[in-house]
Design a protein around this ligand. Sequence first.
Ligand code: GDP
Ligand code: MG
Length: 164
Amino acid sequence: PKPIVAVVGRPNVGKSTLFNKLIGRRHSIVEDRPGVTRDRIYAECEWRGREFTLIDTGGIEPKTDNIILEQMKMQAQIAIDTADVVVLVTDIHSGVTATDKDVASMLLRSKKPLILCVNKVDNVGAPPPEIYEFYNLGAGDPYPVSSVHGIGTGELLDAVFEHF
Ligand code: GDP
Ligand code: MG
């Protein structure tokens, strides 16, 4: 069976944008306003000649007024239950939030292979010093990515594939 990779993260960190970039086509609809993204959830992908299934857990439940943390815990649990590798997406602009910490510790407790993506690092070259804060999540090296520009996605996928 094909390995399954699940993308988890707070609303608006760029999960759907990353998902679109990784599948290479504009399959899902991304809007600028938070909470209105209508996501495609699953896509069949290929990297270096190997196929895998990508899941955007942000699309599993319609966005409601529920507490974000509760939604994220549900999404993280789905990722833990179904995926071979989980990608936790965070945002360099917002830094590490309390919700990021809660979800990271939940994912780490599960022992599921976890790759930490720091999105919205749009500049080519050395990542900004703000990247070091993300080591505090205890999820290993943060992978700087710009999902909009497609920067760093190859390194991210290589890190994911080390766990297949
Ligand atoms: P989701 O809620 O986690 O699925 O986030 P979306 O993919 O819908 O993106 C939320 C917002 O962040 C949108 O306005 C995106 O254009 C923006 N965004 C996503 N990735 C990047 C990125 O790499 N750089 C920048 N500057 N903005 C991004
Ligand atoms: Mg989304």
